[in-house]
Design a protein around this ligand. Structure first.
Ligand code: AKG
Ligand code: FE2
Length: 366
C-alpha cells in the first residue's frame, strides 16, 4: 500500500462524517434555502426540549395578558386627564370611505378602516329597533348582562339567535347592510376565505359606561404572533361615535411595522406606543358606519361622557381554522332547533356547527 493511501482514506472518512452530519441536520426538512440560526443544531434543540420563544410555554396562553398588564388602568387615567383626542382631529387618520383602495390602505397603515354608509338610515333603524326590544325583554326577564357599573352598559349576547336582521347583517346581506358585500370582501382579504364567527352581540353604552381596559382582540391566542392578524372585530355603528359619545378608543398603527412584523410581542413597549402621536384616540364615525379592525391593534371600549346612549353590534370573525369562540359567546353551545333550521349554510359554517363533512377524507368514503 503506497504511503499516502492511508492519509487519503482518513481524509475521505472525515469528509464522509461531515457530510453525514450535515445530512442529519437536514433530515425531514426540504433542502431549500432558509434563514437559520447557525448556533442551533438538532442536538442543542433536542436537549432543550419543547420551548417557547418567550420562554414561558407552561403559561403561554396568558402571555398577552402579561404584556397588557402594563396598560392596566391607563384607558381610564388618560381619559380623566383629557389626554384622549377625537380621531377627526388628525387629518391623516382613517375617515369613513367607500373606496376599496383607501379602506385597504387605512387598514394596513392604521389597523382599522371605516366603511362609509355601510347601512342606510332605514337599515340602522331596523337593527336598532330589534336590539332595543331584545335588550328590554332581557332586562324585564332578569337576564340582562350588565357590562358597566350602575347599569350604564348592557350586552345583548348571541344576536344570530335573536333576529333575522342580525343573521343577515352577520353574513353581509345587502338587505340588512347596503355595503355588506364590501365589508365581506375586505374581511375575506384580511382572513382568507371561509372565515368563522366568534361572536355577534349588541353593545349598549349609556352616560358614564363603556370603559374597558386596553387590549388586543387576539389575546387568547398564545404568542409569539405571526405577521398577520388571526381575526377582525367589526363594529356596526347604530349611533354617532366620538370621544364624548363613547367611541372606541384605539392606538392607530399599533398592530404592525412597515416591514410587516406584528408589534405585539413579549418585549413590546406598549406605553411608548400610547405616547407617540397620534397615541390613544377615540374613533369618530356617524351612524351607519362599519368599523373594521385588525385583531392586533390596541384598543378598548371608550367611556361615554355625553348624555344619551351609544348603540352598536360587534362581530368578531376569525380565520377558518380557529374554533369560532369568544369570551362572550355561547352561541354555538345551544342553537334551538327552530333557529338551526333557518340558518344558512354559510352561517352554520361560520359558527362551526355544520353537521356533516360534505367531502370526507378517503378513509371515510364508502
Ligand atoms: O365597543 C367598543 O367600542 C369596543 C369593544 C371591544 O373592544 C371589544 O368588545 O373587544
Ligand atoms: Fe376589543
Amino acid at each position: 500500500m503506497p504511503a499516502d493511501t492511508e492519509a487519503t482514506i482518513a481524509r475521505l472518512q472525515a469528509e464522509n462524517a461531515t457530510l453525514r452530519a450535515e445530512l442529519e441536520q437536514l433530515r425531514g426538512f426540504p433542502a431549500v434555502a432558509f434563514e437559520d440560526d447557525d448556533d442551533r443544531t438538532w442536538e442543542t434543540e433536542m436537549a432543550a426540549g419543547i420551548t417557547y420563544a418567550d420562554g414561558v410555554s407552561h403559561a403561554s396562553a396568558r402571555s398577552s395578558g402579561r404584556v397588557l398588564k402594563h396598560l392596566a388602568g391607563l384607558s381610564g387615567a388618560r381619559g380623566d386627564a383629557g389626554q384622549i383626542r377625537d380621531s377627526s382631529e388628525f387629518e391623516y387618520l382613517p375617515k369613513p370611505s367607500s373606496e376599496k383602495a383607501q379602506l385597504e390602505a387605512d387598514f394596513v397603515r392604521w389597523g382599522y378602516c371605516l366603511v362609509e354608509d355601510a347601512m342606510s338610515p332605514e337599515q340602522v333603524k331596523a337593527q336598532l329597533d330589534r336590539l332595543i326590544e331584545q335588550a328590554e325583554a332581557e332586562r324585564s326577564d332578569d337576564k340582562a348582562i350588565v357590562t358597566s357599573g350602575h347599569n350604564t352598559g348592557q350586552l345583548v349576547n348571541n344576536l344570530v339567535l335573536k333576529g333575522q336582521v342580525f343573521r343577515d347583517a352577520v353574513e353581509f346581506a345587502e338587505s340588512a347592510a347596503q355595503k355588506g358585500p364590501l365589508v365581506d370582501e375586505l374581511l375575506t382579504k384580511i382572513m382568507g376565505k371561509g372565515f368563522g364567527l366568534g361572536c355577534a352581540h349588541g353593545a349598549i353604552v349609556h352616560q358614564g359606561g363603556g370603559l374597558q381596559e386596553l387590549h388586543i382582540d387576539q389575546g387568547s391566542v398564545p404568542m409569539p404572533y405571526p405577521p398577520f392578524p388571526f381575526g377582525s372585530l367589526i363594529i356596526w355603528c347604530y349611533s354617532d361615535f366620538s370621544l364624548a359619545n363613547g367611541g372606541t378608543y384605539i392606538v392607530p398603527g399599533s398592530h404592525r411595522s412597515a416591514g410587516g412584523a406584528t408589534s405585539f410581542h413579549s418585549g413590546s413597549d406598549l406605553v411608548a406606543m400610547l405616547d407617540t402621536e397620534p397615541g390613544l384616540v377615540a374613533i369618530c364615525a356617524p351612524p351607519g358606519t362599519c368599523i373594521v379592525t385588525d385583531t392586533r391593534v390596541l384598543h378598548c371600549g371608550g367611556k361615554r361622557t355625553a348624555p344619551g346612549t351609544r348603540y352598536a353590534m360587534r362581530c368578531h370573525y376569525n380565520r377558518h381554522y380557529i374554533r369560532a369562540l369568544h369570551e362572550h359567546s355561547q352561541a354555538n353551545l345551544h342553537v334551538p332547533d327552530g333557529i338551526y333550521e333557518v340558518l344558512s349554510d354559510r352561517l352554520k359554517h361560520m359558527m362551526g356547527i355544520t353537521l356533516n363533512n360534505p367531502d370526507p377524507v378517503r378513509e371515510m368514503k364508502r
